[in-house]
Write a protein that binds this ligand. Structure first.
Ligand code: NDP
Ligand code: OXD
Length: 321
């Protein structure tokens, strides 16, 4: 009997993430399994047992009557689970070392850029001004990481090893060596009150939408050498109230922001973020993982599932992540 086929459905690909590249990667790792890039390739819907997807067109997965599992080709599933016609099968998200390592690089790079006053140094270079400023120690800065999941924990751990005072905030209580852990609504106030650089690695759910807002920013600690606190968001654009970020940067509630994600992507040309002097932005590529790594992860999960073992990193649809 032939193996259940794998459908690949990709929207919004970039060079690294082009649908054709994904198909090639999956074909090379799913040796004797049909891989169909849809729409386009010929295949019978009833032959599809698995789907590997990124932002598939809503309703597309409901067309496969024998679907057994869906593999989201990224860590965040907010776009996928917004489809109310999703079949009732396990949804698996990406949680692999390659992606985690890349996100930690992004977070550490941006924390260090603000801590080491890189925007000031770049400006000085542009103006040919040799004017070193006092550089404080990492131990004088409190970094607060919102989200202590696969990504948040790793970033927090590396920042701790660099000497920062690190805290984390999650939905359920945690205990992590050397990291001050806070949870739930009751822990949020205390967490914010000790944070100078706020790093957001939360998933986008109904509970977290627009959590990055003026009320939260105004509770951050301003008594560090940085002065006004800094925001770094690499979670999702829907987590941030963008009008609040802009007005808080303008009135000094926030000193600077590093943003990798936006409510509307690609970021529209007229967005004020593009040229804001206190913003460092990137095009949602904080953890732009290699399709080779992810396709191998998906193929091995399918083998594991077919051998009767449970899938890893299955999304809890009641929590939304
Ligand atoms: P995980 O699911 O492993 O972790 C999510 C964390 O957020 C958990 O600690 C969870 O708490 C916490 N959390 C969720 N809801 C709440 C809430 N209401 N209040 C407090 N804490 C909450 O996710 P990952 O770490 O793998 O990824 C996080 C997000 O990063 C993704 O969902 C995605 O949106 C984004 N991302 C962005 C990328 C980019 O390139 N910019 C790349 C990859 C991911 P608990 O532990 O108690 O459940
Ligand atoms: C994401 C990802 O969820 O790239 O943004 O994995």
């Amino acid at each position: 009997m032939s193996k259940a086929a794998l459908a690949v459905l990709i929207n919004g690909g970039t060079d690294n993430w082009s649908p054709q590249r994904w198909k090639e990667r999956f074909t090379s790792v799913c040796e004797d399994r049909q891989v169909a890039l849809l729409p386009g390739d010929a295949c019978r819907p009833e032959d599809i047992g698995y789907a590997a997807v990124w932002k598939p067109t809503p309703g597309a997965l409901a067309a496969f009557p024998n679907l057994k599992a869906v593999f989201n080709l990224g860590a965040g599933v907010d776009a996928l689970i917004a489809d109310k016609t999703l079949p009732n099968v396990p949804i698996v998200r990406v949680a692999i070392g390659d992606l985690t390592g890349r996100m930690t690089e992004y977070v550490v790079m941006h924390v260090l850029m603000h801590h080491r006053q890189q925007p000031y140094l770049s400006q000085s270079q542009q103006n040919k001004i040799w004017a070193p400023r006092h550089q404080w120690a990492a131990s004088e800065i409190s970094v607060g990481v919102m989200g202590l999941g696969t990504l948040g924990r790793d970033a927090a751990d590396v920042l701790k090893r660099l000497g920062f005072r690190v805290a984390g905030w999650s939905a359920s209580p945690k205990s992590l060596p050397g990291i001050e852990c806070f949870s739930g609504q009751t822990g949020l106030k205390q967490f914010l009150a000790r944070t100078n650089i706020l790093v957001c690695l939360l998933p986008l759910t109904p509970d977290t939408r627009h959590i990055l807002n003026r009320s939260v920013f105004s509770q951050l600690d301003r008594n560090s050498p940085l002065g006004a606190p800094v925001l770094i968001n690499a979670g999702r654009g829907g987590l941030q109230n963008e009008a609040d970020i802009l007005s808080c940067l303008d009135d000094g509630t926030l000193g600077a922001a590093s943003l990798d994600v936006f409510e509307s992507e690609p970021l529209p040309a007229q967005s004020l973020f593009w040229s804001h002097p206190k913003v460092i932005l990137s095009p949602h590529n904080a953890a732009d993982t290699d399709p080779t790594e992810i396709s191998a992860y998906v193929a091995s999960q399918i083998e594991q599932f077919e051998a009767g073992r449970p899938l890893d990193n299955v999304v809890d649809l009641t929590r939304g992540y």
